[in-house]
Design a protein around this ligand. Structure first.
Ligand SMILES: NC(=O)C1=CN([C@@H]2O[C@H](COP(=O)(O)OP(=O)(O)OC[C@H]3O[C@@H](n4cnc5c(N)ncnc54)[C@H](OP(=O)(O)O)[C@@H]3O)[C@@H](O)[C@H]2O)C=CC1
Ligand SMILES: O=C(CO)[C@H](O)[C@H](O)COP(=O)(O)O
Length: 471
């Protein structure tokens, strides 16, 4: 048997993706650096074994794939990908395609594209989202690279991806690093979504004194409404789960220190590079970094005392919490899509924003019904359109912003931290303020640095009558 495709890296994602590919009837060769894992994987593959060729050396692996070979790398991002490509290069032949399916920084993807350009080998940077269950049963797949290379692997990808109402959640999004850029922003939005949910949980726990088992049904209820999404669904599940060892709610046992592997931070960095505000993502990344300062936070709590004050629990507050999440979500998605729109212009990717929203509706971590409304909003609209001015979102935001405002105000007064929610509110308030306060900043800049300013009543560059001179 010769395999149609190969996959290197049988960790959480790779092993599940390989089983998914095999299950869809595509013969696949697999290889893992630690070869004992390959044997264990093959043993556990059951009846799918007939579609899998387990290989214990790279040479055997490459030989097992029918040329021209598509080879998926599902390994740790960064140096391991460079090393793996280098190890593969002498074994590959003209027209083979190396597909990096990990969470690569898109700048690395562009560099790798450049390095392989002209060697006869092709390179695809492919974002995959959905965690282990998604990888096994249908992830969302964001592809970047030469379209001709994508076309050669399209059928396999369409077969393994999630389906939303009969449409595959997989698309070619543009040349070069486009796929990994979109996956990075997906994760940035994921960070913002998760942080805002955590802030609402914090208000419930520390402001309202609710036990996890009382908060779970609230999230579960919201999941039946406009907030319906995978992240809200799993929030309810996490809050409702007990620790087997202690019998306590598992969320009370988990240390309050969040990990981060880089994609959220890259999203914030790229937004800053492009000069596009992504305050929700930035706040979420900063919040994870602050969460890591556990010892410092404990010391500061001793110095200042615990600030959290009881809030009065009433139905109106719970309704406001739901509205606050909705408003915060609209702001975060508006920012994420604005960053993609800016990058699309900067890198000449022509990113299909409605298509991106469509392929995020199933399979990925931020999947939600909300993305259908976003897809519709971008259909036929200018790429530069901010979601906040699209009629469907104006309507939602008009209703939800009051709840967000009340929640942020009450949380601030009670000393409960809501950095992502409050950044969403400030972004919204600044975005919809026709005359802002940057006139004063321009005055200050001109005062100290002769940077000049524009006037509201005539064109040109002007200096103020500050009465100062360096001479
Ligand atoms: N987990 C998730 O939810 C998601 C992860 N991703 C991304 O997918 C990629 C894989 O993640 P995941 O499966 O979770 O990670 P795991 O830690 O479960 O697996 C990592 C895999 O990479 C291999 N590997 C690590 N270093 C090297 C190296 N230097 N050379 C060759 N192989 C190496 C490991 O081999 P060995 O067994 O020998 O250590 C293992 O097969 C990452 O880029 C991750 O960011 C993307 C979407 C979701
Ligand atoms: O890509 C993913 C989900 O979409 C991965 O789970 C990723 O690891 C999440 O990022 P982080 O580990 O930084 O929270």
């Amino acid at each position: 048997m010769e395999a149609e495709i190969g996959l290197i890296g049988l960790g959480t994602m790779g092993s599940n993706l390989a089983l998914n590919i095999a299950e869809k009837g595509h013969d696949i060769a697999v290889f893992n650096r630690t070869t004992s894992k390959t044997g264990a994987f093959f043993e556990a593959a059951g009846e799918l074994r007939s579609n899998i060729i387990p290989c214990t050396s790279l040479e055997e692996f490459v030989q097992a794939i029918r040329p021209p070979r598509p080879i998926i790398l599902m390994i740790n991002a960064g140096q391991p990908v460079d090393d793996q490509i280098e190890a593969l290069k002498p074994l590959l032949s003209h027209d083979d395609i190396v597909i990096d399916a990990g969470n690569a920084n898109f700048r690395d993807t562009m560099r790798r594209n450049g390095v392989l350009d002209g060697t006869g080998l092709n390179f695809i940077g492919m974002g995959v989202s959905g965690g282990e269950v998604g990888a096994r049963h249908g992830p969302s797949i964001m592809v970047g690279g030469a379209e001709a290379s994508y076309k050669r692997i399209e059928q396999v990808l369409l077969d393994i991806s999630a389906q939303y109402e009969g449409q595959a959640c997989c698309a070619w999004l543009g040349e070069n690093g486009a796929g990994h850029f979109v996956k990075t922003i997906h994760n940035g939005i994921e960070y913002a979504d998760m942080q805002m949910i955590a802030e609402i949980y914090g208000i419930m726990r520390d402001g309202l004194g609710m036990a996890p088992k009382d908060t779970a049904p609230v999230f579960a209820g919201w999941n039946e409404g406009r907030l319906n999404s995978y992240l809200i669904e799993i929030t309810a599940a996490v809050l409702d789960t007990e620790d087997a060892e202690t019998g306590k709610p598992i969320v009370d046992i988990i240390l309050d220190r969040a990990g981060q592997k880089g994609t959220g931070r890259w999203s914030a960095i790229e937004a800053q590079q492009l000069g596009i505000p992504a305050t929700g993502i930035e706040a979420a990344v900063a919040a994870r970094s602050l969460s890591a300062l556990k010892d410092e936070r404990e010391a500061a709590e001793k110095a200042y005392g615990s600030l959290g004050e009881a809030l009065k629990r009433d139905a109106a507050l719970l309704e406001d919490l739901e509205l606050a999440l909705l408003a915060g979500k609209i702001a975060a998605y508006a920012q994420g899509f604005a960053v993609m729109s800016g990058a699309s212009a900067d890198y000449n990717w022509n990113l299909p924003l409605p298509e991106i929203a469509r392929i995020w509706r199933a399979g990925c971590i931020i999947r939600s019904q909300f993305l259908s409304t976003i897809a519709d909003a971008f259909e036929g609209a200018d790429k530069e359109t901010n979601l906040l001015v699209v009629p469907a979102f104006v309507e939602m935001m008009r209703e939800a912003q009051a709840g967000l405002r009340r929640v942020v105000a009450r949380a601030a007064a009670a000393g409960l931290p809501v950095p992502a929610l409050s950044s969403a509110l400030s972004y919204f308030d600044m975005y919809r303020q026709g005359r802002g306060t940057a006139n004063l900043i321009q005055g200050q800049r001109d005062y100290f640095g002769a940077h000049s300013f524009e006037r509201i009543d005539k064109p040109g560059a002007f200096h103020g009558p500050w009465g100062i001179s360096a001479i």
